[in-house]
Ligand binder design. Structure first.
Ligand code: PLP
Length: 453
């Protein structure tokens, strides 16, 4: 088998060439045969290549050098062993819950390099990060200004905070658009003056900067640059309203990766080319000139590094249609089933790792073991003749995979997660039940108190 006679889709072929290798026994990740890894760790299984994580971090950091620092949005994949690689490379981490804070710390991230964003922060989570330290808290609404402001005063602290702003203009082109409409995320752009006034009531809250996140899965460099330009414009308005220089400008994540045939790859070179203009815009404003810029992508950094592998349990014909029924499905990979917010359900790149050069049969359905037609990972997919025990691999599965899936549904065991680095495979989450956390959740007490009490 080699890359010249593959029968996989053009996108899968391009991804294999860029991120994987092909050996005597088919697809390899980090130089190890996928078949051997499944034999060793069982199926289903998530596999990640540490070298790809490092390569992607370095490529993005190099493209943005002198413009913005890179934070990894840990929600894309909260396994601390993976986040630890980014931390080792120099990334900060963006978190959105108390448990993500514990995961970030477990990944070796210093508190100063952790940003806490996300709506509806709980009292126990706020307490945890304030007690243990956090770089910035991103305030998403007036309630949060009040609640965190009071807490900080009561604890006698000074805490750096940023205002997360819901921009008034829609960022076109992303799959999920978060600007220009009513939103639970951030403070509406038009309410910035009130937010600045509200902050003044709490001297313990030090306004450090602004945070924007206008959309995800953006594949067009021009759209991203335009969003960042608009972010700088908003930052200038905020600095003027607050009448102080800003210390940080968080431009959000949203950098996309191709999942479907015909989708482009985000052009880092085009981004690099657009940066001098943004740099000049920032330098020209004395209130922004010294601010640290940062981006906080998840998907782009980790998506291509991971694959989800399952084994065939049954091959069945029904009224002329071939069904491949595997031991894994949407309970481990909701996004690949098209049920994580996708408007149109289209297949992720799927390959049979042991049969990459075999003639394919079109119109195959690749489904999981759940009793619902939603549990379909491949629709009308071209896949070779396969039999029970053969493997199927979903590429581009490193982001929003396991942790974004209904792992308890039908109570199948959790898949293991394995990290391959330097030709060694390391179990980074054992297979098991879905309730085995990787951190001690008792650090975040569960309590309820009602505002009216
Ligand atoms: C505040 C925030 N930052 C970063 C991200 C990461 O987005 P992406 O994985 O698209 O880069 C998200 C995703 O929802 C987010 O809500």
């Amino acid at each position: 088998m080699n890359t010249t006679n593959l029968t996989v889709s053009p996108l899968a072929g391009a991804l294999i060439t860029e991120h994987f290798s092909i050996g005597q026994h088919g697809l390899e990740i980090g130089g190890l045969a996928v078949g051997d890894l499944v034999r060793q760790f069982g199926s289903p299984l998530y596999l990640y290549d540490g070298a790809t994580l490092r390569r992607r971090y370095r490529a993005l950091a190099a493209a943005l050098e002198g413009f913005a620092d890179v934070y990894f949005s840990i929600k894309a994949n909260p396994n601390p062993h993976l986040a630890a690689i980014f931390v080792e490379e120099g990334a900060g981490l963006e978190i959105a819950s108390g448990a993500e804070y514990l995961l970030a710390r477990r990944a070796g991230c210093t508190p100063r390099r952790i940003l806490f964003a996300g709506p509806g922060k709980g009292e126990a989570e706020i307490d945890l990060v304030l007690r243990q330290g956090v770089g910035e808290i991103h305030l998403e609404g007036f309630d949060e200004i009040e609640a965190i402001g009071r807490k900080v005063s009561a604890m006698g602290l000074k805490q750096d905070v940023s205002l997360r702003i819901n921009p008034g203009r829609q960022a076109q082109g992303g799959a999920m658009r978060m600007g220009g409409k009513a939103s639970a995320f951030g403070i509406d752009e038009e309410l910035m003056p009130e937010a600045v006034e509200a902050l003044k009531r709490f001297p313990g809250l030090r306004l450090k900067g602004i945070h924007l996140f206008a959309g995800t899965q953006i594949l067009d460099a021009g759209i991203l640059l335009e969003q960042w330009r608009y972010g700088l414009e908003l930052a200038a308005r905020l600095a003027e309203l607050a009448d102080c220089p800003l210390g940080s400008i968080d431009l959000g994540g949203g950098l996309g990766i191709p999942y479907h045939s015909g989708e482009a790859t985000l052009d880092l070179e085009a981004i690099r080319t657009g940066l001098p203009q943004l740099r000049a815009m920032k330098a020209a404003n004395p209130r922004l000139a010294t601010a640290e810029m940062l981006v906080e992508p998840g998907r782009w950094l980790i998506g291509p590094a991971g694959i989800y592998v399952s084994a065939l349990r049954s091959v069945k014909m029904s009224r002329g249609q071939r069904f491949l029924i595997a031991d894994g499905g949407m309970h481990h990979h909701l996004a690949a089933s098209g049920n994580l917010g996708q408007v149109i359900k289209r297949d992720y790149p799927i390959v049979a790792p042991l049969h990459l050069d075999q003639p394919v049969i079109d119109n195959t359905s690749f489904v999981g073991p759940l009793c619902t037609p939603l549990d379909t990972l491949g629709r009308q997919t071209a896949l070779p003749e396969l039999k029970t025990g053969d493997l199927l691999a979903v590429l581009q599965s490193g982001a929003y995979g396991l942790s974004a899936s209904p792992v308890g549904f039908l109570s199948h065991p959790m898949p293991a997660e394995v990290l391959v680095e330097n030709s060694l495979a390391r179990l980074i989450r054992p297979a098991g039940t879905f309730d085995a956390p990787l951190v001690n959740m008792s650090e975040i007490p569960r309590s309820w108190s009602h505002a009216a009490q």
